[in-house]
Design a binder for this molecule. Structure first.
Ligand SMILES: Nc1ncnc2c1ncn2[C@@H]1O[C@H](COP(=O)(O)OP(=O)(O)OP(=O)(O)O)[C@@H](O)[C@H]1O
Length: 786
């Protein structure tokens, strides 16, 4: 085991330098005062709050091969030294001299083409010897061995380079351009366009804010890869010029970029995304997250990956244990906080703070302190860059000034309580590029938001309506508490609605499997807590349902942002109970929204929906009771095998329990039969008539469905009855065709909320006064008695 991490170095405040700029928006969106009381929420809303880093999980090993985390074979056998990459890299990069700052736009793409041809020839040649490749060669590249087939496949696809001209001005390395064209990203997204020059070519720190799904991962990922490839090429040129190979330095592989994300799933996704872009390069990307075996991760780190993506908990566990690759940070060139505000949000960022304190100190205008460095190359000793990204970052308007003065405030006990304090502590410089591309509403442009006002107890029915009438495309249903999630998933299963669940108390393997299965199902339904709110990038999510409102506007933004990603569209539906209405109004106020679309409900479906829900709830109750009864059965059996269990039931009580169980089983059977008969026929409006296709007061949606039905009936007279609504109209379409804009009385709601807060405060003060009075009285009586 390596030695403990070096002691924290004392930091100097950065001297003021550079232009002062102001960021005059992004006020905090929080509505913390509205945190619901436990009794506000039938599912005890706080149960799911502790989602950070996955909550309490057993560290069951996940199946590494399923997530591309397997170790190189040579390492599995005990860790052989990495073969020098320089030569191989040089072969691959032959003719790639026109790169980075030195290349011109046109030349960069020409190089890609030229290399493609060369590569084609080489791949053909290389194919045979591959089988006889020695183990050392295999160990060199975890990514490349798998990736070569991708590259080969890609090369067979003819890509019209002219389609990618929008990327030219970003002057990316030819190998990166190759990946971009393979991924068919025709042009950089605005945040990529803005961040890549600052991060990749000007070596600046960057704070980036842009809407969800806008490509922020590559906005920080491409600058990292660009700089690594650039440095490598320059180094190789130098070596060639000198005529001697100082390969020791480069081939040893220090940690160059440390990317921290708030959740494990996000870390794995970011790793995957970067690997896709790093195809064909030697750069290795490794995820370090909880839920995997620590030993295996340590072996993974023996491969000396240049980029590590991880969650704070596991990273700090390994760092504080002296894991050599993670504590040799003198060559670290990038420190990245993805979804940075989430790290602040949650009170448990002690580990993150400790990690930041391990980073070598940066003095403005100097290379970082490298007095303890052993072999860092001159190229690697450049300044470390700090990149901080999120869709919802709140910065004070004078943040840049504060950075210059070094006066960003931390809490009194030295805890980092803001993204600003965190950034400064990580070494952010005052000339950082602050790029805020969020619009006034912060929401993604292609997202249609809507709401349904309903009683708390009717939420299940409305959700069932959405899923069964409009069950098109993937849907994510967000709950605030795990209790609500469990209730919902059980109910939906009883109703034969196939759902997957994701929450922090699940084992890591199950969490990843749920995501994988959801990803693999075109009309899948995922019921999740806020552990899935941030960063998850699953294509084809058409609808997000907020079954319970989240505790902050930021979380609402991130949840909704699981749909309408990249250039796709999508819709969100918030189910609002009377108790949540003032919270919802605050939300509208946060986004300066004066009106909101009401999701159209075809009321004539509801009697049937409610009937099914009522049966399902009764069955659910019986099942719960039965599982309780099963526990006492278990206790009885435990006794028979001499297991000591607490059981004070008398014989009579036991007999009684068995009788009850039998009775409830019979009732269960009856209810299930009734439900099955309802479920066996399609859900249809009560007023539906197969003979008359018109009626007064029907909604545009129903009208549209009737017309569709009429068309189909005409087409094929023998055809069976068409199911209205099902498989017809997805939520976004229904919303667009018949959603009504409703103006929000944000002032009235704010007033109501203030009154409620005042009332609560007054009650609390009265209680305290009464308590004090009683205490004094007791004291006085006691003194009198003495
Ligand atoms: N230039 C591009 N052109 C087209 N698609 C892109 C481009 N860059 C990234 N994407 C794709 O857009 C999707 C969203 O990207 P990404 O996950 O990085 O968004 P994000 O801004 O980080 O979102 P969030 O804030 O929710 O975490 C991904 O599927 C990614 O592959």
């Amino acid at each position: 085991m390596a030695a403990l991490p070096p002691k924290k170095k004392q930091r100097k405040r950065n001297p003021a330098r550079g232009d002062a700029g102001k960021l005059d928006r992004l006020d905090s969106l929080r509505w913390t005062s509205s945190l619901p009381d436990a009794d506000d929420d039938p599912f005890s809303a706080f149960a799911g709050l502790n989602d950070f880093e996955g909550g309490v999980l057993s560290l069951e090993e996940i199946d590494e091969s399923e997530y591309g985390l397997e170790l190189p074979k040579a390492l599995q056998r005990g860790g052989k030294k990495r073969k020098t990459q320089t030569k191989r890299k040089r072969e691959e990069s032959d003719g790639n001299e026109v790169i980075g700052d030195e290349g011109t736009d046109g030349e960069t793409m020409k190089e890609v083409k030229k290399n493609k041809k060369k590569k084609k020839k080489k791949t053909k040649k290389a194919k045979k010897p591959k089988e006889s490749m020695d183990n050392e060669e295999e160990s060199v590249n975890v990514v490349n061995t798998n990736d070569k087939t991708d590259v080969e496949k890609d090369e067979e696809d003819e890509v019209d380079d002219s389609e990618y001209h929008a990327w030219y001005e970003l002057r990316l390395h030819p190998l990166l351009m190759k990946s971009i064209s393979r991924l068919k990203f025709k042009e950089p997204t605005p945040i990529q366009k803005a961040c890549i020059p600052a991060g990749a070519h000007q070596g600046k720190d960057v704070i980036g804010a842009a809407e969800t799904g806008s490509g922020k991962t590559l906005a920080f990922g491409l600058p990292i890869l660009q700089r690594l490839l650039d440095e490598r090429d320059k180094f190789e040129r130098k070596v060639e010029e000198r005529g001697q190979a100082d390969e020791q330095i480069v081939s040893e592989g220090f940690l160059r970029a440390l990317i921290i994300t708030p959740t494990r799933e996000l870390a794995l996704q970011v790793t995957d995304h970067l690997k896709q872009v790093a195809v064909g390069t030697d750069v290795k990307v490794v995820p370090i997250v909880g839920g995997m075996s620590t030993e295996k991760q340590e072996r993974l780190l023996k491969g000396r990956p240049e980029i590590v993506v991880g969650t704070p908990g596991r990273l700090w566990e390994l760092m504080s244990g002296g894991e050599i690759h993670l504590v040799e940070l003198h060559s670290l060139s990038f420190f990245v906080l993805d979804e940075a505000d989430r790290m602040i949000d949650n009170g448990h960022f002690q580990e993150l703070q400790s990690i930041i304190d391990m980073l070598p100190m940066i003095r403005e205008g100097h290379a970082e302190d490298t007095e303890n460095c052993v072999t860092a190359s001159g190229f690697q000793r450049k300044k470390r860059q700090t990149l901080v990204f999120s869709a919802t970052i709140a910065l004070s308007s004078d943040f840049r000034k504060k950075l210059k003065r070094g006066s960003v405030k931390t809490k009194q006990d030295g805890e980092l309580n803001s993204i600003e304090a965190l950034s400064e502590r990580a070494g952010m410089r005052s000339n950082a590029a602050i790029i805020d591309l969020t619009n006034a509403s912060i929401m993604a442009n292609n997202l249609e938001e809507s709401f349904i006002e309903c009683k708390e107890e009717d939420k299940d029915a409305y959700l069932y309506y959405i899923l069964s009438v409009h069950g098109q495309g993937r849907t994510i249903v967000f709950c605030t508490s795990i209790a609500a999630l469990r209730h919902l998933s059980s109910l939906m299963k009883i109703l034969n609605v196939n759902v997957w669940t994701l929450h922090a108390q699940m084992q890591q393997r199950a969490r990843l499997k749920a995501i994988d299965r959801f990803r693999g199902s075109d009309h899948g339904i995922l019921i999740a807590t806020d552990v899935a709110a941030r960063g998850l990038d699953i294509p084809g999510v058409r609808t997000v349902v907020h079954y319970q409102l989240p505790h902050s506007a930021e979380v609402y933004v991130h949840r909704s942002g699981r749909t309408a990603r990249a250039s796709a569209d999508g819709c969100s539906i918030a189910l609002i109970s009377p108790k949540e209405s003032s919270k919802f109004a605050s939300l509208c106020k946060s986004f300066s929204k004066e009106s909101f679309k009401q999701f159209p409900i075809e009321a004539s479906y509801m009697p049937e929906v409610l009937k099914r829900i009522s049966l399902a709830r009764q069955i659910d109750r019986i099942l719960r009771k039965e599982s309780q009864a099963d526990k006492s059965w278990f206790q009885r059996n435990a006794e028979s095998i001499e297991l000591i269990v607490d059981d004070n039931d008398s014989e009579d009580e036991r007999a009684n329990n068995i009788r009850k169980k039998k009775a409830s089983s019979a009732q269960h059977k009856k209810l299930q039969q009734e439900l099955n008969s309802l479920l066996s026929r399609p859900l249809q409006p009560k007023t539906f008539s197969s003979r008359y296709l018109a009626g007064d007061g029907i909604s545009p949606l129903l009208q549209q469905q009737f017309e569709e039905l009429a068309r189909q009936k005409l087409d094929n007279k023998k055809k069976k009855m068409v199911v209205i609504g099902q498989d017809c109209v997805e939520p976004l379409q229904a919303l667009r065709s018949s959603g009504q804009e409703v103006s929000m009385d944000t002032k009235g709601a704010a007033e109501k909320r203030r009154n409620l807060d005042n009332l609560r405060r007054k009650r609390k003060e009265d209680k305290k006064r009464l308590h004090d009075q009683k205490r004094k009285e007791r004291k006085r009586l006691k003194a009198g008695g003495d």
